[in-house]
Design a binder for this molecule. Sequence first.
Ligand SMILES: [Zn+2]
Length: 315
Amino acid sequence: MPPITCTPKSLPKAKLHAAAALAFGENPGNRFPIEKLLRLAPSFAPTPDAIAVLRGKYWGKRAVRLSVSFLDGAPLALRRRIVEHMNAWQRRADVAFTLADRDGDVRIARLDDAQQGGYWSYVGTDILAIDADQPTMNLEGFTLATPESEFRRVVRHEAGHTLGFVHEHMRSELVARIDREKAFKYFDKTQGWSREEVEAQVLTPIENGSLLGNPAPDPDSVMCYQLPPEILLAGAPPILGGADITDSDHRWAGKLYPRADAAPVELLAVDGGGEGVHGAGEARGGETGQPRRPVAVIVPGGEAAYVAALVEALR
Ligand SMILES: [Zn+2]
């Protein structure tokens, strides 16, 4: 099995405006704080394109209820089993996936390599912008004969993307362990990826400034996939990837989507920048030991360097 089997899907450009409007409708906090951007770069023009790109995909700090349908006539027992695994996130988070006969918010296909094969999902509120006859998630080759361990590793991971969680192995601390030239060669050989694809899929770290959470990445998180040892720098610690939702994944998912009966906990912007749109500042109480933040969502805002880079890119 190839070690990286998941590619979170990005929306085509034509969908960005619709997706932005849907993201803002779901959660006003997905709006980029334009005032902050204008303070940093007074000449920046907040065009509709810029506003559509600079946004979050987070469902918001609330109960998430999403229906799930299948596009390929998967047997009922398989549909039930997949939805059950998606609901493994319920242990601490107020989320529920319910099986629907058709027209689900989440639409699952099992496309093979001839189409858009592999394991993937659109991230967070982006699923709302996908055409109703198109999948939002793909689980190539999944059947009732697929080992339980794969349901745990893959289905729960893809459900995490649907909830807005991003790849732990894209965190800058983990990307820093990769030897770029080895990575280009490896993914050309195993996946047929161009240098640009390797750059985008493996080598571009998620900016800490766009994450909501603690800076420490977690190589055991279910949102971390194994990276092949042969692409790592000599002497770098291995990145084995997660096999299932960890206790700390559950804990943080519960903070992103807290249950009504849970004690309130403030979310912490990674850069500690003090202006996180969902409440920044010190994480307080409740947790023992150092806060860890294996489940992270991308939110607008963040550190000055990140914003400045975005401004440059949008000029
Ligand atoms: Zn993934």
